[in-house]
Design a protein around this ligand. Structure first.
Ligand code: HAM
Length: 422
């Protein structure tokens, strides 16, 4: 029969206990580290549905973004309602806060989950990928910016990242944006015959997005164009400089006047963490301030800033791995004693949380079971046959020290042996 494969750009992650550097293990370890960091900064978890009304993303991520234009997984449900698999988490978080009428309060929220974008799959770019994100709601520009960058530095440090840069920029307030966009249009319109269709569309619909153009010719033209940094207020410039000064001992931070981000909701400070080790898809974190989004989605005024981390990309950069616990392989040698022997293993597990006990569930010879224990990097094998069971003993074999003799211990002594393992 024809085999069924996963969809293109969607990964299966199967963790192998003994292969720490395997991508699945790296991803699960990275997620654990991120959860600890978020909780350590006193953020609370939020979980929103994977499916939302399609209009949510059109009204937030924006009509001129690539995500809404061509990357949404949208379809009609049985009720002919247009629904979309979320391409990102921010819109859902704000939708939820507005729906629950809690936008008067302040929130520090984190989330982790799959997102979907119909992009062309390549290294570091998937159609289903995982993001961990944080959203800081109710705090105007200031300390919240420092908190976000502090978290990025902590992530870099906890995962031992190398070759990373945090690129920062400021999109100014509405007035700055308007003045700058006018200047950009004035500069580019006479050169429009040199722009490709995509950049022409950007120029008409949302000129700022042209700074993000992937066309090398456009980038060359832009080198002589107006720079947003020259249009920023003193306070916006201060924000960028304060961030740089505060964290430059800890992280490499660079002001990049061309950084605009690919989603329409950003309003002020924006940033991306990139690494030269990632190749073409070099951003592993992206985010910024989005003070207008809550009102745009029918809520009240809510200053907000946040970021999302591409877990696959971050995990591929991680230099730290999950510490494995001491593993004990529990071997039952006779089917006649299986339930009673299993009960012993069940009790041993409750004596020490810092070890793993793997009861070998299959039939097989002692030799094959020891081979399996060695393959799993078990520190000890506990072996229980009918004779041992009758005499209330268990055999212990140290697997890390090949020269050591196996010893027989009473059930009671085994309990204290297990309790003492670190
Ligand atoms: P974003 O820049 O679209 O921002 O995505 C954030 C990160 O998700 C990217 O830097 C990248 O690491 C990862 N990512 C995006 N697309 C893919 C893909 N197809 N495959 C693998 N990884 C991917 C946002 O999503 C905003 N919601 C961030 C934010 C939160 N802004 C404010 N709050």
């Amino acid at each position: 029969m024809e085999k069924i494969h996963s969809l293109s750009g969607m990964l299966d992650l199967i963790s192998h206990k003994t292969q720490k550097e395997d991508i699945a293990n790296r991803i699960f370890h990275t997620e654990e580290i991120l959860r600890n960091i978020f909780e350590g900064y006193s953020f609370s978890e939020i979980r929103t549905p994977a499916l939302e009304s399609s209009s949510l993303f059109k009204r937030s991520v924006g009509d001129t973004s690539d995500i809404v234009n061509k990357e949404l997984y949208s379809f009609f449900d049985k009720n002919e309602k247009s629904i979309t698999l979320r391409p990102e988490g921010t819109a859902s978080v704000i939708r939820s806060v507005v729906q629950k009428k809690i936008e008067n309060e302040k929130h520090k929220l984190w989330y982790l989950g799959p997102m979907w974008r119909y992009e062309r799959p390549q290294k570091g770019r998937y159609r289903q990928f995982y993001q961990a994100g944080i959203e800081i709601l109710g705090y105007p520009e200031g300390l919240a910016e420092l908190e976000i960058v502090s978290i990025i530095c902590s992530i870099n440090k906890a995962l031992g990242l190398e070759n990373t840069v945090i690129k920062i920029n400021h999109l100014g307030n509405n007035e700055t944006k308007q003045n700058y966009c006018e200047a950009l249009k004035e500069f580019l319109v006479p050169l429009s015959s040199k722009l490709d269709d995509k950049d022409l569309e950007r120029l008409n619909k949302n000129p700022l997005r042209i700074l993000d153009s992937k066309n090398a010719d456009t980038q060359e033209i832009l080198k002589d164009g107006p720079k947003i940094i020259d249009y920023l207020s003193d306070s916006a410039l201060d924000t960028l400089n304060i961030i740089k000064d505060t964290f430059s001992d800890d992280c490499d931070i660079e002001i990049d006047p061309n950084l605009v981000r690919g989603l329409d909701y950003y309003t002020g400070f924006v940033f991306e963490a990139v690494s030269s080790s990632l190749g073409a898809q070099d951003a592993y974190i992206g985010g910024g301030r989005y003070d207008e989004l809550c009102k745009q989605l029918g809520g009240k005024d809510l200053p907000a800033i946040g970021m999302a981390i591409g877990i696959e990309r971050l995990a591929s950069l991680a230099k730290t791995y999950k510490e494995s616990k001491t593993l004990i392989s529990f071997i039952i040698l006779s089917s006649n004693i299986e339930p009673k022997a299993y009960k012993i293993a069940h009790k041993l597990r409750s004596l020490n949380n810092s070890i793993d006990i793997d009861v070998q569930l299959s039939d097989g010879s002692l030799k094959s079971k020891l081979r399996r224990a060695n393959k799993d990097n078990a520190a000890y094998a506990l072996i229980l046959g009918e004779d041992e069971f009758k005499s209330k003993n268990i055999i212990i074999k140290s697997l890390l020290d090949v020269d050591s003799e196996q010893v027989t211990m009473s059930f009671k002594d085994i309990d204290s042996f297990i309790e003492k393992i670190k």
